[in-house]
Write a protein that binds this ligand. Structure first.
Ligand code: SME
Length: 309
């Protein structure tokens, strides 16, 4: 039984002025960004009443990735522009959601959360992340909370040294992504020329195989290292699924080339084996061609159409 029925204490709000002092003293002598972000999230989580989550999301790939936080484990990645966090990140404005069920694009990490506030984290004019606070109460965040949190987040941004990677986010602009895809198409044309040169040679031509391996490595750095991760995290479901299909069905060609070179030796092969060599080479070339056709005429078209929208 409650010891004091009918005399519940009125719910207190956070003391934002005190939190600001505490945040400053936690951060001022430390230069490590992760340590400061982690302490900031912990301070706010414990200092703001009636919340169930407080933490950062930072740009990564084509969307946002979870940063230091307090609360239950949360969604690790949020696709570009999606959710309350994506809306705050893209607009650079604070987003307050009184009832998450009425915010169509809300991303559920914890079904207990009913209201949410997301404040963009800025370094000068660059938005370098967001700070997200959730509550299990409807309409928990008042204008007082908004002002208090905005002041805290901007004080945090002023005091910390942001990592280079956040200042030059690897979430490239649409134009850069479009240009990367164009570069992949161009590299495909170069690869085709080398593949054809090898196919028409009677025995494996060492120099050309070495050149192919170098070109394929550079191509894979761009395509597998940059382009595919962006497309696999794309907000557009069609692009995402096509990229997954590409990885699932058409991946591993670099390793196949290595295996082919290893098994045949890169120098000379006996001329009696040339038919077997050409058969194996033909299979590899067809697999390369299938992948490039899929990318040039299907995946990249869908991705570039989406980027043009
Ligand atoms: N609800 C957020 C996702 C992050 S979690 O709440 C921690 C959103 O819609 O962006």
């Amino acid at each position: 039984m409650s010891s004091n029925p009918g005399r519940a204490k009125p719910a207190q709000n956070a003391d934002y002025a005190l939190l600001k002092q505490q945040a400053a003293s936690l951060i001022e002598d430390e230069t490590d960004f992760i340590a400061n972000a982690a302490n900031f999230a912990a301070l706010l989580y414990h200092g703001i009443p009636r919340i169930n989550w407080a933490g950062f999301y930072f740009p990564s790939g084509d969307g946002l990735v979870l940063g230091p936080f307090n609360g239950r484990p949360a969604c690790t990645r949020l696709p570009r522009g999606r959710g309350v966090c994506g809306a705050a990140f893209i607009s650079g404005e604070t987003v307050v959601v009184d009832d998450v069920d009425r915010f169509a694009d809300h991303i559920v990490c914890d079904t207990a959360s009913r209201s949410e506030i997301v404040i963009p984290l800025k370094s000068g004019s660059i938005t370098v992340g967001v700070f997200d606070v959730d509550s299990a109460e409807l309409a928990r965040f008042t204008p007082e909370d908004q002002h208090g949190l905005e002041a805290l987040v901007s004080a945090f941004a002023e005091h910390v040294a942001f990592p280079e990677a956040l200042m030059r986010p690897d979430h490239s602009s649409s134009e850069e992504q479009f240009a990367d895809i164009e570069l992949c198409r161009h590299q495909h044309a170069e690869l085709r020329t080398i593949l054809d040169a090898i196919a028409t040679a009677p025995v494996p031509p060492r120099d050309t195989l070495v050149r192919l391996r170098q070109k394929l490595n550079a191509h894979s750095e761009l395509e597998d290292g940059r382009v595919y991760p962006l497309l696999r995290a794309c907000a557009n479901e069609v692009v995402r699924h096509k990229a997954e299909r590409g990885v699932r069905e058409l991946g591993g060609l670099r390793e196949e080339l290595d295996a082919l070179i290893d098994s045949w030796g890169i120098d000379a092969i006996p001329s009696s084996d040339t038919i077997a060599w050409q058969r194996e080479w033909g299979a590899f070339q067809r697999a390369m061609e299938a992948r490039m056709i899929f990318e040039d005429h299907d995946l990249f078209c869908a991705a570039q159409a989406d980027l043009r929208r």
